[in-house]
Design a protein around this ligand. Structure first.
Ligand SMILES: Nc1ncnc2c1ncn2[C@@H]1O[C@H](COP(=O)(O)OP(=O)(O)OP(=O)(O)O)[C@@H](O)[C@H]1O
Ligand SMILES: [Mg+2]
Length: 253
């Protein structure tokens, strides 16, 4: 069976710098793949290629085994690839439904002609998606600015799920959160996995990676330095791969 999403031999250069160097990886339905690596290792650049922000210099991307061309973020979204960046890109002074529908507002026509935003529909649909993900936000009418970090993250995730993400990419989803909220977000990721979504998560937090991922890919200075199933590795081994202790890589090959 073809992988849900597969990237082959991706290379991306910025001037003289090779940010991503011949990296291949895949993710399947209901699987969580974590990318780890030091600052500047090429993790964000790699996912930005999948999400249509950057074009690779070399490489191919396949969805369900078919080669696809992701020329822009809109292309990626149309393929069911949704990305949540660290800044979340939520509108601070708008409420939850407006954020879930941001840029894709549902409208109805008054007197059959004048299109207006259909708030009731957006509110109903927002309740549905939040319930499905078991997310508790006391009032959906609150502006995003009044929500906690974890609640914001949950709104961003709900938005992706509502718009039928098959692949969800998250860049450092827990970095700015308190302990309890980190736990909630990780639970949310686990529940998305059981719903068959393929998840790519970038994280510096070893705890997150080991509690939520099935597979870990280690990036080091643009290359894929190693790949391990969580059940077959330890955080010590992953740290050695991150910093480039070659002996560990050789020993485990
Ligand atoms: N738009 C850009 N123009 C030029 N260089 C870039 C650009 N984006 C990233 N780089 C460089 O590419 C390399 C990889 O950066 P990238 O952001 O992918 O790293 P990262 O693994 O996500 O790091 P971090 O963990 O710090 O987020 C870095 O050396 C970075 O400076
Ligand atoms: Mg990054």
């Amino acid at each position: 069976m073809a992988h849900l999403l597969e990237a082959k031999n991706i290379t991306k250069r910025f001037g003289g710098l090779t940010a991503v160097d011949d990296v291949s990886f895949y993710v399947d339905e209901g699987e969580v793949v974590a990318f780890v690596g030091d600052n500047g290792a090429g993790k964000s650049t790699l996912i930005k290629i999948i999400s249509g922000v950057h074009k690779p210099d070399i490489g191919e991307i396949f969805l369900d085994g078919e080669k696809i061309h992701i020329g822009s973020p809109i292309d990626a979204i149309n393929y069911g690839i949704e990305t949540i960046y660290q800044d979340l890109a939520l509108a601070e002074n708008m409420d939850v439904p407006s954020n879930i529908f941001l840029g894709r507002e549902s409208t109805k026509k008054i007197f059959g002609v004048v299109p207006v935003v259909n708030h009731e529909h957006m509110m109903r649909e927002s309740h549905k998606v939040l319930d499905r993900l078991d997310i508790d936000i006391p009032s959906l009418k609150s502006n995003i600015r009044n929500l906690s970090g974890g609640q914001r993250q949950a709104v961003a995730i709900s938005r992706s799920i509502y718009w039928k993400a098959r692949v969800l990419i998250m860049d450092e989803p827990t970095a700015a959160l308190g302990i309890a909220e980190q736990k909630k977000v990780l639970e949310l990721v686990s529940s998305l996995r059981t719903q068959g979504i393929a998840i790519i998560i970038i994280s510096h937090q070893m705890y997150d990676v080991f509690s939520v991922a099935d597979r870990i890919i280690v990036m080091r200075r643009g290359i894929k330095a190693g790949e391990r199933l969580v059940k077959n590795t330890t955080s010590e081994e992953i740290v050695s791969l991150i910093v480039g202790a070659e002996s560990v890589e050789k020993r485990s090959q």
